[in-house]
Design a protein around this ligand. Structure first.
Ligand code: DHB
Ligand code: FE
Length: 281
């Protein structure tokens, strides 16, 4: 059977992708950020997944404001990097896993979560920057990736509780797939940041550190935090953190924290990163 062996959480700031693509990772500004991912690159090389179920948000790159699904599961064969205004990133296309994706679709929909079915889509920095942070610059991504998009752009976003419960349903779905696959689940976005309006540039280190602690040890309590608290305490784009709760819900109650990293700033954002081993599997 397929197993979810680990969860990864990471911010997905587009400037990180630009730093990698333009050979600036050793600069004074970027070196401390990339140092926080050295452990992760080694760990994933030693623990290679067959499939990554990658929870991210589209930033009005593929979905225009004409059509915004709350939850969208990508069931296609492959996905190209999106053109976000300065050309697509020079990274490989993503190879999907249609059989597992359709299995998750039928399981999760029958488990009472209504997902949008997507066969073709381009993927933006929300998905490609985490891949670059974990895998560097390979010719080809070393595993299959199932993209899963969450609306955190257009009000109203889904609640933390909904995301946490959905993660549990995704976990049940993966573990009922009749093929021996090592599956990781990644949650991306966050941490505190606000890109717009009077509070642009907001960072809340205390909030972020508390979130890092609770997502590991008190996810059920953290899931109860209402949307307005993300907005007030972590800034308007801090709501991206609800995606980490999907990742956490798909893991068992007990996890082992293998790596934790926090860095301020990268562009306008506080960067957080976790690697959690699923101890129950
Ligand atoms: C930034 C962060 C994001 O999460 C994003 O999607 C876009 C920009 C930033 O800090 O610049
Ligand atoms: Fe974002």
């Amino acid at each position: 059977m397929a197993r979810i062996t680990a969860g990864v959480a990471t911010s997905h700031v587009p400037a990180i992708g630009a730093a990698i693509d333009n050979g600036k990772t050793d600069s004074d500004y970027w070196a401390p950020l990339f140092k926080g991912y050295e452990f992760s690159k080694q760990w994933i090389a030693e623990n290679p997944p067959d499939v990554v179920f990658l929870v991210y948000n589209d930033h009005a790159s593929a979905f225009s404001l004409d059509l915004v699904p709350t939850f969208a599961l990508m069931c296609g064969e492959d996905f190209k990097p999106a053109d976000e205004g300065w050309g697509p990133r020079p990274v490989p296309d993503v190879q999907g896993h249609p059989d597992l994706a359709w299995h998750i679709m039928q399981s999760v929909v029958q488990d009472n979560f209504d997902l949008t079915m997507v066969n073709e889509i381009d993927v933006d920095h929300g998905l490609t920057v985490p891949l670059s942070l974990m895998f560097g610059q390979p010719e080809k991504w070393p595993c299959r990736v199932i993209p899963f998009a969450v609306n955190v752009v257009l009000y109203p976003p889904p609640s933390g509780q909904r995301c946490y419960d959905l993660g549990k349903a995704i976990g049940r779905a993966v573990e009922s797939f009749d093929e021996d696959l090592n599956v990781q689940i990644w949650g991306t976005g966050g941490m505190s940041h606000q890109l717009q309006s009077e509070r642009a540039g907001l960072i809340n280190k205390e909030f972020d550190e508390d979130f890092l602690e609770r997502i590991v040890n008190d996810p059920a309590g953290l899931a109860q935090m209402p949307h307005i608290d993300y907005l007030r305490l972590a800034g308007s784009e801090g709501i991206e953190l609800v995606m980490w709760l999907i990742m956490r819900g798909a893991l068992g109650d007990k996890v082992k924290q293998l790596h934790r990293f926090y860095h301020v700033p990268a562009s306008n954002t506080a960067v957080g990163h976790l690697i959690l081993e699923n101890s129950e599997k």
